[in-house]
Design a protein around this ligand. Structure first.
Ligand SMILES: [Zn+2]
Length: 93
């Protein structure tokens, strides 16, 4: 029983750690915008992400609040892009 409780606590701790770096739609951040040549405030939004000739839907991206271009891809989205890329490069047979 004690073992189970400490296991659950460990899971909670892990989840808490993960949550700290997970962004949601509408979250604000700051990033360097190449177009504005400045540090700008950004807003995270789900949008299609272009990868080569393919489009991955619903990728969370940070958009510049000034000019609207994508200036950052959060870590959680880069996982999704990586997964997609692996699927494209190694299609299921
Ligand atoms: Zn900008």
């Amino acid at each position: 029983m004690l073992y189970v409780i400490s296991y659950i606590n460990a899971l909670e701790t892990d989840r808490h750690k993960v949550n700290m770096v997970i962004h949601k739609e509408g979250d604000k951040s700051r990033a360097v915008c190449d177009t504005c040549k400045n540090i700008v405030s950004t807003t995270f939004r789900y949008a299609p992400y272009n990868y080569e000739e393919l489009t991955i839907s619903d990728i969370l991206q940070g958009f510049c609040d000034v000019c609207g271009v994508v200036v950052s891809i959060p870590h959680q989205s880069s996982y999704k892009i990586k997964e997609f890329r692996e699927r494209v490069n190694h299609p299921l047979e």
